[in-house]
Design a binder for this molecule. Structure first.
Ligand code: AMP
Length: 223
């Protein structure tokens, strides 16, 4: 099974993506993670990409597109979940052309819908427990509000990630994502149009629910 997943930073895309990947045993191809591997390994590509990533800009298409398409070919033979790509219209079109040329099917495109303000609050409200990073705490989400200033699960002390509090950086990422002219939502809608013509299936998920109900709605539609 080959799947594309779209969702803004803060929508739970990473969580839902890993559940789907596990269930169908897919190669998880994440453009951001591939860049981080290159940077960690000190490759030429990593050096070029780093300056853009550090500024919160997109890495140029000439670098990103071949890198992702090569990874799809080399690691995706038994099914893939592509995450973080395409992020603009050029990438969307090039990916579709490459899939056609390689005779690869695109079974599903998933879009997690979340209003921009909600996504921003989710990121900025996130708090980390000193005892366990997986204890969910968010000062803006009633279901997982901390107990006073302590972890709601274990009572541990809470802190926030520095990059979660950088409003400028969050806005920059969301400007790219929510851009319906030539940004990431434009790329998503490119695939939605293809789905309307029967070329793939498009699943829209309401990202405002809790993790489990979103997961169940998603798995029921993929089955
Ligand atoms: P992510 O982990 O998906 O947030 O990606 C981290 C960074 O890698 C992004 O902020 C971009 O600078 C870069 N990046 C990831 N995917 C792409 C893409 N499809 N096109 C351009 N740049 C990307």
């Amino acid at each position: 099974m080959n799947i594309l997943i779209f969702g803004p930073n803060g929508s739970g895309k990473g969580t839902q993506g890993s559940l789907v990947k596990q269930k169908y045993n897919l190669a998880h191809i994440e453009s951001g993670a591939i860049f981080r591997e290159h940077i960690g390994g000190g490759t030429e590509l990593g050096k070029k990409a780093k300056e853009y990533i550090d500024r919160g800009d997109l890495v140029p298409d000439e670098i990103t597109i071949p890198m992702v398409l090569e990874t799809l070919k080399s690691k995706g033979a038994n099914g893939w979940l592509l995450d973080g790509f395409p992020r603009n219209m050029v990438q969307a079109e090039k990916l579709w052309d490459a899939l056609q040329a390689e005779n690869m099917k695109l079974d599903y495109v998933i879009e997690i819908l979340l209003p921009r303000e909600v996504a921003k609050n989710r990121i900025m409200g996130r708090r980390l427990c000193v005892n366990d990073n997986n204890h969910p705490n968010n000062i803006f989400i009633d279901a997982i509000k901390p107990e006073g200033d302590k972890c709601r699960v274990c009572g541990g002390a809470l802190s926030s990630r520095a990059d979660d509090q950088d409003e400028g950086a969050i806005n920059k990422r969301h400007d790219i994502y929510y851009n319906t002219e030539d940004g990431t939502l434009a790329a998503a809608y490119f695939y939605k149009d293809l789905a309307a013509k029967g070329a793939t299936k498009y699943i829209e998920l309401n990202g405002e629910g809790d993790i489990n109900s979103i997961k169940e709605t998603l798995l029921a539609q993929l089955a």
